[in-house]
Design a binder for this molecule. Structure first.
Ligand code: ADP
Ligand code: MG
Length: 464
């Protein structure tokens, strides 16, 4: 366990390994006891090499592992085994995982009043169009989908919170909504709420204005499944983060399920309070990445079928090869092709597709521009371009500036002197130093690596 823990993130280790045991060994095989079928599947498919490697280093005759669901472990997990393991972490360390502060138990143990179930106070914001059935599963999203689905079968007891991250248009909202819809259909008595973090913020601000903050907070206490979409927008909002933290803890303590999405990992959300960050990291983290060519083809085929539109393989292949960024754009391209064919009253052919998409394709080919990169970096860190260009050594600005210099160099091959000129006439050695520093840091500092990863995705999404 110690070896495996070192090679995984804390979140992954807790999610997958914390509640496992060795049941038996012999004839080169070790049987690992796992709490549920979901864990069995993931350990056998994704982590078997890690496990075998760790076991082999202790006993070279071990060749193979097998996972077996242990009823005891299942019970343990169902009874909040995960929460329990987190409690251990809380009491044995004074790390950011320490017990929540500012949270009053009394406040949450108020018994629900019959006519005050929270339902009247707000709608669940669910859109029936999003379901698990019409979510196409592929290698880029299978973990996130499996996690959402597992939670739909076992609310509040498996992975809490579940944190899903990935670039725009990759299906985060779709999955979160599908989970909400599934729960509402299966358990009409459960209270589900889906809300974007922006909407959460504006409702909170509104309630402060109307002096109804208490009602606002109380309404959240009756929720069984709280889904917060695009949590990155809480960045920089201290007051909102504070209120959200208390709501989060109140629900968490009651084993109520919380699911969060973001366009980046908790670590890469700038100005996110440490205590929220460690809460987000304390559950399960799953990512959605870009679909491969094969997956893009499958998505297009399925979406065309759903709409009952005839489209030949060559056309599908062409769209899949040219529209690479995300599912939303694939859908957009397909709709465009359909509309074009309908409007012109001609069948869909490769020529028609090429015509219909011609201006979209020009955009994708557009080459990266210096200004675009700097703008993306500025948006990402919330630091104005003027600030970055100015002379001065403010720490909050220095890091984004160095990252921008690094990206200009590595993505565009921009000469050092040009980069220096852009950033207020800085010397080329300053630029060289910045690029070297980021190159080094990205190897050693996870956060820097994750920031660069998110930034590159954003550059691609912006067709830069
Ligand atoms: P995000 O919230 O990550 O920006 P969305 O969930 O809004 O992305 O997805 C964008 C569009 O693509 C939606 O119409 C959604 O239904 C569709 N979509 C994304 N991923 C899938 C998928 N795996 N299967 C089917 N549709 C998908
Ligand atoms: Mg979304």
């Amino acid at each position: 366990m110690g070896q495996i823990e070192l090679s995984l993130s804390r979140a992954n280790f807790i999610t997958w390994f914390k509640n496992t045991t060795i049941l038996s060994r012999g004839e080169g095989r070790v049987v690992v006891g796992v709490p549920n079928g979901f864990a069995k599947e993931w350990l056998e498919n994704k982590y078997n090499l890690y496990i075998i490697k760790a076991l082999k280093s202790l006993d070279p005759t071990i060749q193979d592992i097998k996972c077996s669901i242990t009823p005891h472990a299942e019970k343990h997990t169902l009874a909040g085994g995960f929460a329990k393991s987190m409690d251990v972490a809380r009491t044995t360390s004074s790390s950011p995982n320490a017990a929540p502060t500012g949270f009053s138990r009394k406040h949450i143990s108020v018994a629900p009043v019959a006519n005050h179930t929270g339902k009247e106070l707000f709608s669940n914001n669910l859109n029936k169009r999003y379901t698990f059935e019409n979510f196409i599963v592929a290698e880029n999203n299978e973990l996130a989908r499996a996690a959402c689905f597992a939670i739909s079968q076992n609310l509040g007891h498996l992975y809490n919170p579940l944190f899903i991250y990935g670039g725009v248009g990759l299906g985060k909202t779709h999955l979160l909504q599908a989970l909400g819809n599934e729960i509402t259909a299966k358990h009409p008595e459960k209270k589900v709420k889906y809300i974007t973090s922006e909407r959460f913020t504006s409702e909170l601000v509104e309630s402060i204005k109307n002096q109804t903050v208490d009602q606002f907070k109380t309404a959240y206490e009756y929720i069984d499944l709280l889904i917060i979409d695009d949590v990155q927008f809480l960045s920089g909002r201290e007051k909102t983060q504070n209120e959200f933290f208390h709501i989060f803890n109140a629900l968490y303590q009651l084993n109520k399920q919380i699911v969060i999405s973001s366009d980046r990992t908790p670590k890469s959300i700038p100005t996110l309070e440490e205590r929220l960050r460690s809460r987000f990291e304390g559950g399960m983290i799953a990512d959605i990445s870009k679909p491969s060519l094969e997956t893009r083809v499958a998505i297009l085929q399925t979406k065309a079928q759903e709409k009952n539109v005839q489209i030949d393989q060559a056309s599908i292949q062409f769209i899949a090869e040219h529209i690479k960024n995300n599912v939303r754009e694939l859908e957009g391209a397909l709709s465009r092709v359909f509309a074009y064919s309908e409007f012109q009253k001609v069948p869909i052919t490769l020529t028609l597709v090429q015509k219909a998409l011609s201006d979209m394709l020009v955009q994708t080919k557009k080459s990266v521009k210096l200004d675009d990169i700097v703008q993306v970096v500025s948006d990402f860190y919330g630091v104005a371009v003027e600030e970055m260009v100015k002379k001065g050594r403010k720490k909050e600005v220095a890091h984004p500036r160095q990252i921008a210099m690094y990206l200009l160099r590595t993505e565009l091959d921009t000469p050092f002197s040009t980069i220096g000129d852009f950033f207020g006439g800085r010397d080329h050695t300053t630029v060289l130093h910045a690029v070297e520093k980021v190159t080094k840091n990205k190897e050693t500092i996870t956060r820097v690596r994750e920031e660069l990863h998110s930034l590159k995705e954003k550059l691609q999404a912006a067709h830069v």
